[in-house]
Ligand binder design. Structure first.
Ligand code: LMR
Length: 320
């Protein structure tokens, strides 16, 4: 069987972490792309030299030429600018939209059969724009956010209850902004609904609300702590889980920014929803029953995404 090829567009902190994880897992050969000369080459050389110590076989190369991503099975896009303390993800719209245009064209011309996972912010708008610029089918372009947001929610709940993170199945819907919707009604501690578990453990509803709020602001908390950059370990880990589901055709149900057309009352929008990922890309969006309150929270979140798409169309006439 031919070795798989994973192209990473953007060789910053997330790109480097993605390359390291993909190499350790021997997911295939890795091409690190960046427009900054020397950086992807230097990182590729450094990472290659982990191979003998960690015992992985992966050819890792760095490049500034899109032609080198040709034939990639998976492309993970982290290119663009991260926010700084005090900024919102939406403040990156103008600058990162231009980056998505170049990346989308690079993918279209060199790796049109790839499964493309976008991490660049503001996520839901950037994955939509990347799809538009690349022209790939909707099921082959997806955004990484729900896995990350759900992982944050699960981490905070595990800490609160002092239980293993392995037993927490947390769930976040909606856009990857401060209006995202952590859904407690579908969050369980080893099958026990989280609100019931909270009662058993004597944890108040208001404490769960605080955890929901911390989850919503989870990216900003890390941006504030780092001072110059945003999270990279958990975003990279989340995208790798999605890539593995695609390459292994495992049919995992993961919360991802998928193209939703007709479900959740949405009409052609990329937003975080439970999605089955397999060899066909995003094979199915799963529509779950929501309470009236959850529905109205989701609407606030999807309206915010729609506003960003309008802003993208205003900034780039080819999107209108
Ligand atoms: C995150 O959630 O960590 C990323 O979207 C980066 C950010 O700016 O918050």
């Amino acid at each position: 069987m031919a070795r798989k090829k994973i192209a990473l567009i953007g060789s910053g902190m997330i790109g480097g972490t993605l390359a390291h994880l993909a190499a350790k897992k021997e997911m295939g050969d890795i091409v690190l792309f960046d427009i900054a000369e020397g950086m992807p080459q230097g990182k590729a050389l450094d990472l290659s030299q982990c191979g003998p110590v960690e015992g992985f076989d992966a050819k890792i190369t760095g490049t500034n030429d899109y032609a080198d991503i040709a034939g990639a099975d998976v492309v993970i896009v982290t290119a663009g600018v991260p926010r700084k303390p005090g900024m919102s993800r939406d403040d990156l719209l103008g600058i990162n939209l231009k980056v998505m245009k170049a990346v989308g064209e690079g993918i279209k011309n060199n790796a049109p059969d790839a499964f493309v996972i976008c991490i660049t912010n503001p996520l839901d708008a950037m994955v939509w724009a990347l799809r538009e610029f690349s022209g790939l089918p909707h099921n082959k372009v997806v955004g990484m956010a729900g896995v990350l947001d759900s992982a944050r929610f699960a981490t905070f709940l595990a800490w609160e209850f002092d239980v293993s993170v392995k037993d927490v199945n947390a769930f976040v819907l909606g856009g990857h902004g401060d209006t995202m919707v952590p859904v407690t009604s579908y969050t369980t501690i080893n099958g026990i609904p989280v609100n019931d578990f909270a009662k058993i453990k004597g944890v108040s509803e208001s404490r769960i609300d605080e955890i929901v709020d911390r989850t919503r602001k989870g990216g900003g908390e890390i941006v504030g702590l780092l001072g110059n950059g945003s999270a990279y370990y958990a975003p990279a880990t989340s995208a790798i889980a999605m890539a593995e589901a695609y390459l292994g055709d495992t049919k995992r149900i993961l919360p991802c920014a998928s193209y939703v057309d007709g479900k959740y009352g949405l009409d052609g929008l990329y937003v975080g929803v439970p999605t089955m990922i397999g060899a066909g890309g995003t094979e199915e969006v799963i529509e779950i029953e929501l309470s009236d309150e959850e529905k109205s929270n989701l609407k606030v979140s999807t309206d915010a995404v729609e506003e960003l798409l309008e802003a993208c169309k205003g900034l780039d006439s080819s999107l209108a």
